[in-house]
Design a protein around this ligand. Structure first.
Ligand code: ADP
Ligand code: F6P
Length: 461
């Protein structure tokens, strides 16, 4: 991809693409960021700076399938204050519509500053001359200006995988101006949606006096910063290939049979995050069974939830609530040997996930707020049979591009229930053209297009 580009590429994100558990075992890191970026780095031969996911880890370079990984070690305190604290207890809820109360703690902010500085120094140390440094996500918002102080030769881009909030919410952060100044050290700032880009520009104007020049440029401190919109996507060809194979077809049939060959399989696949609306959708499913609009002998739900941020209290509460709901619904509606909700609290490998997508007749993607939501796109890519119905929250970035899904407001419980029933009952004559339109649009914009469009702006061709 960037063989024709003039600058070597350095990726930096909070996480490396592989994570090391406390028992020393390595596995793929969770979440959409890693799945989206890996193909880019593999193709460009770039390197990646980030955290291994373990406490007090090593900083020695790791060579992983042709990519050099440069770990930034985090101590117990860093994990508690920078990762679980400021990143995931302050920024994460605030950037998702303040869906939960954020904590604002001086020592967590100081740890965030300190870890951002460590990332900047590590990048400054390993980046080849004139490199393009592509930073990712809300964990690293101070790195652009810190890195600029160290290395004037590099081009600096930052992409936010999650929403960027409106000024009214953003200005709650006691250190709001520092964050804006941190970001303005970049050459290019990228957002999933136009709204996020506009929100950033408005905060930059108001909080540090940056000047908005046109729609996608701000001027501050003698420099122009490009503020653009780059909706992320998936490796469509990889999903289609894996979904078309004999192994996937056989596994799909096996899954259906294991579930008791129900008429309709409803599916949810998410990190177990309170932004994803998993409880709301389970409640809706349970109520539809209670009222007899769905039938436990014909309609079965599978919910796969990846463990995530288990040290953060709000995630522990969310897990408890979900598991209680699953227990209650199964207690009321299951038959011996036939649970009506199948719940897995684990991450699945792709060769298991893709057949599951294929087996899912109705995919429920119902976050209260989501930067993009790659699961929605993966489900569509996996449906090489051109069948299946996607129920999609209006509050995802994906909704901007997926009109033919059944769009729903997950806060509206009645509408959520009605939409689920509509999806379950939708005739094949309506399902097929909707899925075909979704697939056609998805095929026009893959993760390579996303990465290229950002890098074209950052580096040029
Ligand atoms: P987020 O980045 O917030 O987790 P996305 O939907 O954008 O949300 O991306 C989630 C990614 O994680 C997708 O690539 C999806 O395949 C993967 N994923 C989510 N849940 C699971 C699971 N239980 N097992 C395996 N992969 C999962
Ligand atoms: O953008 C969402 C995100 O924060 C990404 O960094 C990653 O895709 C996912 O959530 C996983 O979260 P964590 O790294 O906290 O496990």
């Amino acid at each position: 991809m960037t063989s024709k580009r003039s600058r070597p590429l350095v990726i930096a994100a909070n996480r490396l693409p592989v994570t090391r558990a406390d028992d020393g075992c390595w596995s793929a890191s969770p979440g959409g960021l890693v799945r989206a970026l890996l193909p880019t780095v593999r193709e460009t031969g770039g390197c990646w700076v980030g955290w291994t996911g373990e406490r007090n880890g090593e900083s020695d370079v790791i060579h992983d399938e042709g990519i050099d990984l440069h770990p930034v070690p985090l101590s117990d305190r860093d994990v508690d204050l920078y990762y679980e604290g400021f990143s995931n207890d302050t920024l994460w809820p605030l950037y998702h519509d303040a869906i939960r109360e954020s904590g604002y703690h001086q020592e967590e902010w100081e740890a965030y500053v300190e870890v951002n500085r460590r990332f900047a120094l590590r990048i400054a140390d390993i980046a080849p001359p004139d490199a393009a440094v592509w930073l990712h996500d809300y964990h690293l918002q101070l790195v652009p200006s810190m890195l600029r102080e160290q290395r004037e030769d590099v081009r600096i881009g930052w992409f936010n995988h999650i929403p960027f909030p409106p000024l009214e919410l953003f200005q709650r952060i006691p250190w709001r101006s520092e964050i804006i100044r941190g970001l303005l050290g970049a050459d290019v700032l990228g957002f999933q949606r136009r709204l996020g880009a506009r929100n950033f520009a408005a905060s930059a104007a108001r909080l540090v006096g940056a000047t908005e020049i046109g729609d996608d440029l701000v001027f501050h401190d003698g420099r122009n910063v490009i503020v653009g919109t780059f909706p992320i996507s998936i490796d469509v060809a990889e999903f289609e290939l894996l979904a078309s194979g004999r192994a996937a077809r056989q596994r799909t049939a096996q899954i259906r049979s294991r579930l008791g060959d129900p008429e309709v399989i409803l599916l949810g696949v998410d990190r177990l995050d309170y932004t994803k609306g998993i409880g709301q959708r389970l409640r809706a499913f349970g109520q539809l069974l209670d009222s007899g609009r769905l039938d436990p002998e014909r309609h079965v739900m599978v919910q796969v939830a990846t463990p995530t941020r288990e040290g953060v209290e709000q995630y522990q509460d969310e897990r408890r609530e979900i598991e209680q709901l699953v227990g209650e619904i199964n207690g009321r509606h299951s038959r011996l040997g036939f649970p009506v909700v199948h719940y897995l609290y684990r991450s699945l490998p792709l060769d298991e996930l893709i057949p599951l997508y294929r087996a899912g007749d109705v995919m429920l993607v119902t976050p209260f707020r989501d930067g993009m939501n790659l699961v929605a796109k993966e489900y569509v890519a996996a449906h090489v049979d051109h069948d299946g119905v996607l129920v999609l929250s209006e509050f995802t970035g994906a909704a901007d591009e997926m009109d033919e899904a059944l769009l729903v407001n997950p806060h509206d419980e009645q509408s959520l229930r009605d939409t689920i029933v509509r999806a379950v009952e939708m005739h094949r004559h309506e399902r097929r053209p909707r899925m075909e339109a979704l697939r056609a649009r998805l095929g026009q914009r893959t993760v390579n297009d996303w990465a290229n469009s950002f890098l074209d702006v950052l580096i040029g061709t």
